[in-house]
Design a protein around this ligand. Structure first.
Ligand code: GDP
Ligand code: MG
Length: 671
């Protein structure tokens, strides 16, 4: 036994810590070869992710932590990262920084060292240094900080092997960094005094008294608590020291921040050379894209372009796939009729091919939608969009940062809800969560594509664009309403950071949109498949009824719902069933119609059921009514059952009111 455990390899835990957008996830991918999402805004890595790699016979577990600016636990992300670092004590922490932005990035690196982490400084984005005329003396920096410094480019896969070697080296050595002392002797003296008090007080169990002392000077509430539970004399003594520093510097927390910046200043002066002013192409482009007047129209223009791309290119492929499925259904029906029970043939043709196939044909559109979003995101434009919307968001009392989760919602509402974790204020977080379902997710796209193809074939793109805009408008209005009623509160201040523009990497883009397309396919093969079978079964049972007739279970359920949806102009029981099933997954709305109407009769059927007016009301209803069960579950987990149920109820109520208004007012005008 003993011998075995002695040879058993220990897994080394390597944490990746850094500001948002410094390339943590890219390094994670380069190290582990796994395909995490690489994004260009805060909140993409909302939970820590783990991947493995074997290097020179040693197993390494790499943990990708959320992007953070400090270790103060203001936001959920900072708390996740800090708790992990403090409690799990990784064997090594890679402090990852953007080499072109050292001055700002090193602030976190210093804190990691203060905390007593075993730190390896990773200077990423090497490939951009030359263009910006920056040179960094890595060896000098390394000896100044007393920790290894490695230059890499995750994008160009440069320096990754060296990084792996240095990781092993650093883990094998037992020298944890000393931590730097601050230049100002008054601060050092105060820290020393607090440290001494703490170490003499055995009730406080924290090995790293210096870190604790710094946190107390920073007035970190969580550490303050620790003091509250200590003996009164200790608390009084510590508070007296803090009060002294307050008197000298105005505020001890500011004094600590200044002390860190003066270390950074020294580093910048000694080890970093800036040959010429960095090229300000980014600045010039930003002057236009984030212009006070042009910013918002440009943002909407890009969105419009996105949807045009989604149709024009997507529909080209859609038609090919659609024909394929049509052919398949015909072949199945003709080939099997008479040989197999009719019920089974109908199951294959109407249920599986008609229903699931009816959803799958949208695969190209989904792919191109995500490709367009991917380009906007990877180029750095999305952060500008959030910045541009900041003023609008401020006007409704929310933060521009809230717009980021909302943009994510165009893909899928689940990550949008998760991304609200980057918001500091709980109330802002809740509001953003409550309105994120209005940002039309990709699963609703098939509904719009189908309905506009039948009723608005001439200006499909524009009509769909209008639906997305209505979604954004409703989200903004509802935020305003929540902010002034049930979720009153102050917004927390935040400075938005604009990353430099980058030419998106085609390989990454394809991987990203390919992954999204796969997720869609998987859903089609699992939950959508199951729900479609349910719809088919409800339409075929009880035994002996005519398929999809009034007497079938589906017919009965649908008929019971019809009075509820008639005010919106929906008279057919099939519509009720489709909407009910859409509550499970939005993709199923079209699939349900296809299944109930039978293969090949979808478009003809819809044009009987709806007028252009009620079709528009229907699309708006599906935009606004309850999000799918996955979102319900996510809100439940993030905010509790109460808010999850609330979301389902108020969105559906609102959808009913808005769609009814559209239909009734429209009918009034059109006679
Ligand atoms: P994270 O927020 O720290 O996880 O950062 P990501 O890994 O999502 O990367 C942010 C952006 O920086 C992405 O657009 C990456 O493609 C880009 N990026 C990452 N590493 C490099 C690099 O070494 N050089 C360049 N030029 N870009 C990089
Ligand atoms: Mg990341």
């Amino acid at each position: 036994m003993l011998a075995k455990s002695a040879i058993e390899e220990k897994t080394l835990n390597i944490a990746l810590a850094g500001n948002p957008n410094v390339g943590k996830t890219a390094i994670f991918n380069a190290l582990t070869g796994s395909h995490q999402r690489v994004g260009n805004w805060p909140g993409v890595t909302v939970e820590k992710k783990e991947g493995f790699l074997l290097h020179s016979g040693t197993k390494l577990a790499i943990i990708d932590l959320p992007g953070i600016y400090g270790l103060n636990a203001y936001s959920m992300d900072e708390r996740v990262s800090r708790d992990y670092l403090a409690h799990q004590r990784p064997d090594l922490t890679l402090s990852i920084v953007d080499s072109t932005n050292l001055e700002r990035n090193l602030y976190l690196s210093l804190q990691l060292m203060e905390m007593g982490q075993n730190v390896l400084l990773t200077l990423n984005m090497q490939d951009e240094l030359d263009a910006k005329g920056i040179t960094i003396d890595a060896a000098g920096l390394s000896s100044f900080l007393g920790i290894p410094v490695v230059m890499v480019s995750a994008l160009k896969r440069f320096g990754i092997d060296e990084l792996k070697d240095r990781i092993l080296e650093k883990c094998a050595g037992n020298g944890f960094p000393e931590g730097l002392s601050f230049e100002d002797s008054r601060i050092e003296k105060a820290l020393g005094a607090i440290e001494k008090l703490l170490s003499e007080n055995t009730e406080i169990e924290e090995m790293n008294y210096r870190w604790l002392a710094i946190k107390l000077l920073e007035k970190d509430p969580e550490y303050q608590l620790l003091l509250d539970n200590a003996r009164p004399y200790l608390k009084a003594a510590v508070n007296e020291i803090i009060a002294d520093i307050d008197r000298i510097f105005g505020d001890s927390a500011v004094a600590i921040a200044q002390a860190r910046y003066s270390i950074i200043e020294e580093i910048m002066g000694r080890f970093v050379k800036q040959a010429r002013k960095s090229d300000d192409l980014t600045d010039r482009v930003d002057r236009i894209l984030t212009n006070k007047w042009l910013g918002i129209p440009i943002f909407f223009f890009f969105m419009w372009l996105t949807f045009q791309l989604t149709f024009v290119v997507g529909n080209f492929f859609l038609e090919m796939i659609d024909e394929g499925f049509g052919l398949l259904a015909d072949t199945v029906t003709q080939g099997l009729s008479g040989n197999l029970p009719d019920l089974f043939v109908s199951f294959l043709a109407d249920g599986v091919i008609g229903g699931v196939g009816g959803v799958m044909v949208f695969l190209p559109n989904i792919f191109f939608l995500f490709l367009a979003i991917g380009v906007l995101e990877a180029s750095g434009y999305m952060s500008r969009a959030a910045f541009v919307m900041d003023r609008l968001m401020n006007a409704i009392g929310l933060h521009g940062k809230s717009f980021i989760p909302m943009i994510l919602g165009f893909g899928c509402t689940v990550p949008a809800v998760m991304a609200t974790r980057t918001l500091e204020s709980r109330k802002d977080r809740l509001i953003t969560m409550l309105v994120s379902p209005f940002m039309s997710c990709s699963a609703r796209l098939p509904i719009y594509l189908t309905f506009t193809a039948v009723f608005f074939s001439k200006n499909q793109g524009t009509i769909i664009f209008s639906i997305y805009i209505i979604g954004i408008a409703v989200a903004i209005l509802m935020s305003r309403l929540f902010k002034s009623t049930i979720l009153k509160g102050e917004s927390s201040p935040f400075v938005m950071e604009l990353p430099p523009y980058r030419v998106p990497n085609p390989r990454e883009l394809l991987r990203y949109s390919g992954q999204k397309a796969m997720v869609f396919l998987k859903r089609a093969g699992t939950i959508i498949f199951l729900v479609i079978i349910l719809v088919w079964a409800l339409a075929a049972l009880p035994a002996g009824v005519e398929y999809a007739s009034h007497e079938s279970y589906a017919g009965m359920i649908g008929s019971a719902l019809t009075p509820l949806i008639r005010p919106m102009g929906f008279d057919q029981w099939e519509t009720g069933v489709a909407l009910l099933m859409g509550g499970l997954a939005k993709e199923v709305v079209v699939g349900s119609f296809a299944t109930l109407l039978g293969d090949g009769r979808l478009e003809a059927g819809l044009s009987e059921f709806f007028t252009p007016l009620s079709a528009y009301a229907f699309m708006i209803f599906t935009l606004l009514y309850m999000p799918c069960v996955a979102v319900f579950g996510t809100i439940w987990r993030e905010a509790g059952a109460k808010w999850a149920f609330f979301t389902m109820a108020y969105t559906t109520g609102l959808a009913f009111v808005v769609s009814t208004a559209i239909f009734q007012i429209g009918r009034f005008f059109t006679g």
